[in-house]
Design a protein around this ligand. Structure first.
Ligand SMILES: *Cc1c(COP(=O)(O)O)cnc(C)c1O
Length: 428
């Protein structure tokens, strides 16, 4: 038996000292993070530490995470297929429910085929690490989600960013590469990224334009029509991440590419089931060969256990409801417009949001923490969003709305934000 109070070897002790130093520095910088256990479902109210707060910070835009019909679908599937799927999709974990969900998703997105992943994060990693080759050039919006940033780097391709929604600069970057004075064989220039799978794909130097369609910390939209034009002009492949748009924006909640009527210009589209649809999992839609390559090659698909069938069945139900009940997305967008208007008349900076995500940009991490604490005192739960989740000096409250918020809940939010406005002077 090991003695439970035995002293670890020096290497471990020294390492722990370094970790504690790092944590202490984070605290001094107001960047310390900790978890708050939530007791109950993700609704318009949240129960934390024995208290009930109004909640304005989830991605459960349509209120489906605890919808009785979705819960029922999960319960039925649980009884039919059990809890765990017990294997990866390609071994024995591909339950009928996964296939049905993929059929539904392809039809929903007007795509040839769909493939479900354990998370949106995994789906983004899969797309770029499997489909982009090391000689390719990925051009990404500077504010893309961390999963796209990680995926771009992990792909081994050359990664460049353009300033947020600045398609002029994107065009200049493309001009730079196509002007003829850039070495065509760039694979030697970015040293050592190991990507045996994509290296095995036929070599052709491909441009990719990679973008969120709704930016997760700002709620603003990509001009997909502009990107589609650029992609056509430079023969680039357009990859879109519709995580926050799925179920909320565009005809039938199909996303921002559909909103701009450029579905056909998107080479590969990622969505997530974990935001407006209220469940869990990511998905990719696109032409059949894209989906088949992912199924055959993507490590994020192959080397992980399939989602439980209760999750995929719940996702099917959530997708069905989101399409059957357009009032949900209409209401959440209407509420967002109202809240944005009221907040800007209180003097808040809410950026260029056009979605249920409304940033209230405060500046320093400390200001954001104080604002969040003040809201808590008024029974409103909105955590501070600080760097590195957002750029330095743009720490903020990220307000997100749900279709199921009542008018009086919205009124309480706005009256509290008015009190906060008086306490927070001066802004910026
Ligand atoms: C949340 C999010 C993801 C990751 O999706 P998960 O299903 O939560 O892993 C990917 N992209 C964007 C833009 C997101 O906001």
């Amino acid at each position: 038996m090991t003695n439970p109070v035995s002293i670890p070897p020096p290497a471990i002790q020294h390492w722990l000292i370094r970790l504690r130093d790092d944590l202490a520095q984070r605290k001094r910088d107001h960047l310390w993070r900790e978890l708050s256990p939530v007791d109950g479902p993700a609704g318009t109210e949240v129960h934390i530490g024995g208290k009930t707060y109004l909640q304005f910070c989830t991605n459960n835009y349509l209120g489906l995470a605890s919808d009785p019909e979705v819960i029922d679908a999960a319960r039925t599937a649980l009884e039919r297929w059990g809890v765990g799927s017990a294997a990866s999709r390609l071994v024995a974990g591909s339950m009928r429910s996964h296939h049905d969900l993929e059929t539904d998703l392809a039809e929903f997105k007007h795509a040839e085929a769909a493939l479900v992943f354990s998370s949106g994060y995994a789906a983004n990693m899969a797309v770029l690490t499997t489909l982009a080759a090391s000689q390719d050039i990925l051009l990404s919006d500077k504010l893309n989600h961390a999963s796209l940033v990680d995926a771009a780097h992990a792909s081994g391709a050359e990664c460049r960013t353009f300033p947020h929604r600045n398609y002029q600069r994107l065009t200049s970057l493309l001009d730079h590469y196509t002007s003829g004075n850039v070495n065509v064989n760039r694979s030697a220039h970015h040293g050592g990224a190991v990507n045996p799978v994509s290296d095995a794909l036929p070599s052709h130097r491909q441009f990719w334009i990679v973008t969120d369609t709704v930016f997760s910390m700002d709620g603003d939209l990509t001009d997909m029509a502009a990107l589609a034009r650029v992609a056509r002009q430079y023969e680039a492949l357009l990859m879109s991440d519709e995580a926050h748009a799925t179920g909320v924006l565009g005809p039938d909640g199909r996303g921002v590419a559909a909103l701009y009527d450029v579905d056909n210009d998107v080479a590969v589209s990622v969505g997530t089931l974990s935001k407006a649809l209220g469940t869990v999992g990511g998905f990719v839609t696109g032409p059949r060969p894209v989906i088949e390559v992912l199924l055959n090659r993507s490590r994020q698909f192959i080397y992980t256990t399939a989602l439980p069938a209760a999750c995929t069945a719940a996702s099917r139900a959530a997708l069905r409801i989101s399409r059957r009940e357009p009032w949900r997305r209409q209401r959440v967008l209407m509420l967002a417009q109202h809240v944005r208007q009221e907040l800007s008349s209180l003097g808040y900076q809410t950026g260029a949001s056009e979605s249920p995500i409304i940033p209230v940009i405060l500046g320093s991490a400390r200001q954001a923490l104080e604002a969040s604490a003040c809201l808590r005192e008024h029974n409103i739960f909105i955590p501070a969003i600080r760097p590195p989740a957002v750029p330095p000096n743009t720490a903020r409250l990220r307000i997100s709305l749900m279709a199921t918020h009542t008018d009086s809940q919205i009124d309480h939010l706005l009256s509290t934000m008015k009190i906060l406005a008086n306490q927070l002077i001066p802004f910026s």
